[in-house]
Write a protein that binds this ligand. Structure first.
Ligand SMILES: Cc1ncc(COP(=O)(O)O)c(C=O)c1O
Length: 419
C-alpha cells in the first residue's frame, strides 16, 4: 500500500525543536548524523530536554511515555535513584583518573558472577568498541581472518560493520562472509572452502534488523551454530549489545543452554551511563589479554559505578520478569487495538523489545503516520526500529501508552476509512 500520508500535520508545539534543527544545520553536517537521522521525521522530536522514570519531555515541553529508552540503554528508568546515587558517590571520589578505580574490579566480578559464559570481563565505551574487540580477540586467538555476519544485522558503525557504504573500502569488508539468520545451511555455504580461516561467527540473540519483522532464534539453529563453531575451531560471538539484560539476566542465550565464547555488551548495562563490556570464556582469556585496546575515557569510574549498581538492581528487582510482563500487557493491548480499528499489524520480537509494522506497508507510510499520531498523543515510539520497555514503567505509564496508541490507530483509521 502506498498512502503517502502527510506527517507534518503535528498538533503539538514544535517550535523550539524546529529552531534547534535549523541552528544545527549550520554547524553540524546534515544537521544530524548516524541513527539519530532516523529521527529526522518532523513528527518525532529530535531534541529532548529532560526525563524521569518512564517519561520524557521534549524541548517544547511535551510529555511522553518513553518506549524507546534512549534506543535501549535506559533499562531501570531515567534517573534511577539507586544508580544515580552510586554514580554520585563515585563522582565524589573521582572519575577520570590516572588508573582505574577499584570499582572496575568489582564490576568485572559482578559480570563474571552474573553472565553464564563469562570467566572474565573487559570494559570500553560503545557497542562498536565491544563488537570490534570480540572480532580482534577471536582473530588473535585463532590466527585466522574471516568473520561470519548475518546479512542485514547491525553490529556497529565502524567501517567493518556500518550498514552505509560512504567512506568504506572493499578492504574494510574483505574478511566478512555473510549468512542468513536462523539458517545453518547458509553458514556452511558461506564458509565453503574457508573452514581453516574462519575466526568467528557473530550473531545477534534474535533477528532485530531495523525496518523488518523481528525473528526469534530457532533453538536448533543456536545449537547448530555452537556445534559448527566447535567443528571448524571458530569463536561464537553473541552480540548482546542491544538485547543484553532485557531478555535474560545471564545473557540472552542462557535460557537455551547454548554456550557462547565472546559477548559484546553495551546499551543497558549501566542504565544510560557510557559503558560497554566484553565477556568471554577461559579459552579466549590469553588472547583477550594480548590485544591492545584502550581509549582515553575507558576507565571512567562513574560509568563503572553506575554499571555495578545497574547489574545489582536488575537482579534484586527481578527486572527482566517485570519488563516481560509489561511487554506482554503492551502486546495484548496493542494487538487488540489494531484489530478493533481494522489494521493488519505485525507485532514481532520479544515482549520487552517489540517491533510494530503494518502489513503491505513496504514504504513505511503507515508506520510513520502511526508513530506521528502516537507522538502527538504522548507516546514516544519509532516507526522503523524496535521499541524498548523499561522496568520503570508504572501501571499509569502503561495506561497512557495503550490509550495513546489506541488513539493513534483511531486517527489513522479516520484518515483512511475502511472500504
Ligand atoms: C546489536 C548491536 N550491536 C552493536 C551496536 C553498536 O553499539 P554502539 O552504537 O553503542 O556503538 C548496536 C547499536 O545499536 C547494536 O544494536
Amino acid at each position: 500500500m502506498t498512502t503517502h500520508i502527510d506527517v507534518t500535520t503535528d498538533r503539538r508545539q514544535r517550535s523550539a525543536d524546529t529552531e534547534l534543527r535549523r541552528r544545527a544545520k549550520a554547524v553540524v553536517p546534515n544537521g544530524m548524523y548516524g541513527h539519530q537521522n532516523m529521527n529526522a521525521l518532523p513528527a518525532i522530536p529530535q531534541y529532548i530536554a529532560r526525563s524521569r522514570g518512564a517519561r520524557l519531555w521534549d524541548v517544547d515541553g511535551n510529555e511522553y511515555v518513553d518506549l524507546m529508552c534512549s534506543w535501549g540503554p535506559v533499562i531501570l528508568g531515567h534517573g534511577d535513584p539507586v544508580v544515580e546515587e552510586a554514580a554520585e558517590r563515585q563522582r565524589g571520589r573521582g572519575d577520570c583518573l590516572n588508573g582505574p578505580a577499584p570499582v572496575m574490579v568489582e564490576l568485572a566480578e559482578a559480570m563474571v558472577a552474573t553472565v553464564a559464559d563469562a570467566d572474565w570481563a573487559m570494559f570500553a565505551k560503545n557497542g562498536t568498541d565491544a563488537t570490534t574487540m570480540c572480532c580482534t580477540i577471536a582473530r588473535a586467538a585463532t590466527g585466522r581472518t574471516k568473520i561470519l555476519v548475518a546479512e542485514g544485522a547491525y553490529h556497529g558503525a565502524a567501517p567493518w560493520c556500518t550498514p552505509f557504504p560512504a567512506g568504506v573500502t572493499a578492504a574494510d569488508r574483505a574478511n566478512l562472509l555473510q549468512f542468513q539468520f536462523n539458517d545453518i545451511a547458509s553458514i556452511r555455504a558461506a564458509v565453503g572452502e574457508h573452514t581453516d580461516d574462519v575466526a568467528a561467527i557473530i550473531v545477534s540473540p534474535f533477528r532485530h534488523d531495523a525496518g523488518f519483522d523481528q525473528e526469534l532464534v530457532d533453538p536448533t539453529f543456536a545449537r547448530d551454530v555452537r556445534a559448527y563453531c566447535d567443528e571448524i575451531g571458530a569463536a561464537l560471538i553473541l552480540d548482546d549489545v542491544r538485547a543484553g539484560f532485557r531478555i535474560h539476566h545471564g545473557g540472552s542465550w542462557e535460557p537455551l543452554g547454548v554456550q557462547v565464547d565472546l559477548t559484546p555488551w553495551s546499551k543497558s548495562i549501566a542504565n544510560g551511563y557510557t559503558l560497554a563490556a566484553v565477556t568471554g570464556t577461559d579459552r579466549y582469556r590469553d588472547a583477550a589479554g594480548g590485544i591492545f585496546v584502550t581509549g582515553s575515557f575507558w576507565m571512567g569510574a562513574v560509568d563503572m559505578a553506575a554499571g555495578l549498581a545497574t547489574i545489582t538492581e536488575l537482579a534484586s528487582r527481578d527486572a527482566v520478569s517485570r519488563m516481560r510482563d509489561l511487554g506482554q500487557q503492551l502486546r495484548t493491548g496493542i494487538v487488540e487495538s489494531a484489530s478493533r480499528w481494522g489494521f493488519d499489524v505485525h507485532y514481532t520480537g520479544p515482549a520487552q523489545m517489540p517491533n510494530l509494522l503494518f502489513a503491505n506497508d513496504s514504504d513505511y507510510d503507515l508506520s510513520v503516520a502511526f508513530s506521528a499520531e502516537a507522538q502527538a498523543r504522548g507516546v514516544y515510539v519509532h516507526p522503523k526500529h524496535n521499541w524498548f520497555v523499561s522496568a520503570a514503567m508504572t501501571d499509569a505509564d502503561l495506561d497512557m501508552a495503550l490509550t495513546g496508541l489506541d488513539g493513534a490507530f483511531g486517527a489513522l483509521r479516520a484518515r483512511y476509512p475502511q472500504p
